[in-house]
Ligand binder design. Sequence first.
Ligand code: GFB
Length: 322
Amino acid sequence: MAGFDLSGRRIWVAGHRGMVGSALCRRLESEKCEVITVDRELVDLRRQGDVEEWMSNAHPDVVVIAAATVGGIMANDSRPAEFLYDNLLIETNIIHSAWQLGLDKLLLLGSTCIYPRLAPQPIAEDSLLSGPLEPTNEWYAIAKIAGIKLCDAYRRQHGCDFVSAQPANLYGPHDNFDLQSGHVLPALMRKIHDANVSRTQKVEIWGTGNPLREFLHVDDLADALVFLLRHYNQSGQINVGSGEEVSIAKLAAMIGEVVGYTGEFSFAPDKPDGPPRKLADSRRLKAMGWQPQTRLVEGLQSTYRWYLDSMQRPQTTFPPTT
Ligand code: GFB
């Protein structure tokens, strides 16, 4: 299937130190392209001047926007200004400069939280803006919806090949294992690991444990992004999911097995559950010929090995952003 040729292109991975960006850099090593990156100490992506200057000097042909202020349910709920402001600016600045400089392709990353809280399941792409958002993450969702619409607007007005992809809940190496700001999978992995080490017999799970989530390994996402760079060139976002859905309680039990934890779980219904279910309908992407490779149980095992190894590396910090 012929598509957009990555050979010889300079691809800027914006957000290369985060979980998504670092996975994409690893995946692009096997392509004949040149990956370029810049550290946040040098370029603040929230400042249009920084972004314009860096992009006009670096001359990327392609950009993947994996940079974002992200976090789990509590971070989203408690830092709404940051989630809305940072993400709007990062996307706007890069998308506008990509148009001004005539880049060949741009791929924006979002999340399935852009869809209505009670969207029919599995959630098809055309559910966007068909109902109210989940209140705990509406700030992030609104920023990402604006980003999708920016891509579409620049395509419509200027003919730019700007696309956007919406992954299911991600996990894997370089995730944020912070207990307050992290997503559920790394947070539970760390809590359960800590309980195991300290021989504590109880681990608290926020909420009721009933919500269902679909988990996608970040290496599968990186592979899907390369596939989409080559083969996707339409307006409107495309879903990227694994199809593997579990309840939060089941996820905790699976992590418990991987870690070797034999204690109990308690629930904290005073903490938010978030949306009851978020299963992406990924049939469009699968019909194009892409499939995920990592089963959740294998992904949990490899992520736990990475987490254990990371504790041996003294310089490790768990970044709050992707
Ligand atoms: O990954 P998570 O934080 O976010 O998962 P969302 C939240 C679900 O896991 C809720 C439960 O049902 C929580 O009650 N949970 C249980 C926990 N224990 C914990 C814990 O220790 N930590 C965390 N974080 N959750 C996010 C959005 O939604 O998903 C973002 O807020 C983004 O915007 C991301 O879209 C992919 O899946 O609810």
